[in-house]
Write a protein that binds this ligand. Structure first.
Ligand code: DAH
Length: 340
């Protein structure tokens, strides 16, 4: 076909159709697409204008002007439609269903402390109100502080029955072996080794053992307390523990001391509590700090006396909240944890 004729036919076709193409687009996205089909990089008019080279020179100026005029018309209609569509959208929003600013937003449920943490804080609060100081200690400690310095005889069955993971690291180049502490009694050795009496200290945290059933978890929590001074007797121990247990469980709690054995105390005892009409429940171990322990930390056993006690925080949480299975505390099921 003759390039001039081809150009003129194409121009006529675009002129005949562009209005309908742009006016038929109902939203911004389809309007932009229709516009691109006309004047975009591959648009019909764009393609046509690329064929201008083939038009003889004497017709180029005239046809070029016509094509540019059409392009300007298209641009004008496009801008007008764009504005009209935006106006219509705003109008629809203003006259449409009202926005209700009083609807409640999406709430983020507030969290709270874990039951174990709450009980731990409660226990520490009682002891600090009695003048005890709170100490921190690591969850991995040496065999010496966990057993030997607490006067466990070598090869005491407790070591095999309780120890789990051993860790090896270096301290200033020297290899050191630690284990996950089997009880918080390590704190007695740590604190007594680094300062002289008088001392009244409590410490709480995680401990680890080879125990796993409905009432035992391989990881659980203990609170350790001890007091060392010149004149300390078993009566002081009884007094402190009675006050503690009455604050924790209520003034009508019954408390009984039963002789028992722990290598690091002499005499040693276990303490049971009973609510009026209830069953006796073992709640803690205690005793007068053994002379051997004082010697091991560099105290003179002729000059100082002291008492110590240790209790299971998880057990107290279970009694307090009526939790039947210790594992529930560590499953991290929010439905359970949120219930108290
Ligand atoms: N460490 C003991 C245990 O884990 C508990 C204990 C008993 C701690 C008697 C004491 C104590 O301080 O005097 O079973």
């Amino acid at each position: 076909m003759d390039p001039v004729e081809k150009f003129e036919t194409g121009l006529r076709a675009v002129r005949a159709e562009y209005r309908e193409a742009l006016e038929g687009a109902a939203d911004e996205q389809s309007l932009r697409a229709a516009n691109a089909r006309l004047v975009g990089p591959n648009g019909r008019l764009t393609q046509l204008m690329k064929g201008m080279r083939e038009v003889p020179a004497d017709r180029r100026r005239e046809l070029g002007r016509a094509a540019n005029a059409l392009k300007a018309e298209i641009a004008q209609l496009f801008e007008g439609r764009l504005e009209a569509i935006a106006r219509a959208a705003l109008e629809a929003e203003l006259t449409g269903p009202a926005l209700d600013p009083t609807l409640p937003g999406r709430q983020v449920p507030p969290g709270h402390l874990h039951a174990i943490t709450r009980v731990k804080h409660e226990l520490l609060d009682i002891f600090t109100s009695l003048g005890f100081e709170v100490a921190d200690a690591p969850e991995a400690d040496t065999h010496e502080r966990c057993f030997d310095m607490l006067a466990f005889p070598p090869d005491h069955p407790a070591t095999d029955m309780q120890d789990t993971f051993f860790l090896t690291h270096t301290d200033e180049g020297d290899p050191v072996t630690t284990l996950l502490r089997t009880h918080t009694s390590t704190v007695q050795i740590r604190e007594m080794s680094r300062r002289p009496p008088p001392l009244a200290i409590v410490s709480a945290g995680a401990v680890f053992r080879r125990d796993d059933d409905r009432t035992h978890s391989p990881m659980f929590h203990q609170l350790e307390g001890f007091l060392v001074d010149e004149e300390v007797s078993f009566t002081h121990l009884q007094g402190v523990l009675r006050v503690f247990l009455e604050r924790l469980f209520g003034a009508d709690i019954e408390v009984r001391f039963r002789p028992s054995y722990f290598p690091f105390v002499e005499p040693g005892a276990e303490v049971d509590v009973r609510r009026p009409g209830g069953e006796w429940m073992e709640i803690l171990g205690c005793g007068m700090i053994h002379a051997q322990v004082f010697e091991n930390v560099g105290y003179d056993p002729e000059k100082v006396r002291g008492f110590a006690f240790g209790l299971g925080i998880d057990r107290i949480a279970m009694v307090k909240y009526g939790i039947p299975n210790i594992k529930l505390l560590f499953d991290n099921d929010v439905r359970f944890l949120a219930s108290f």
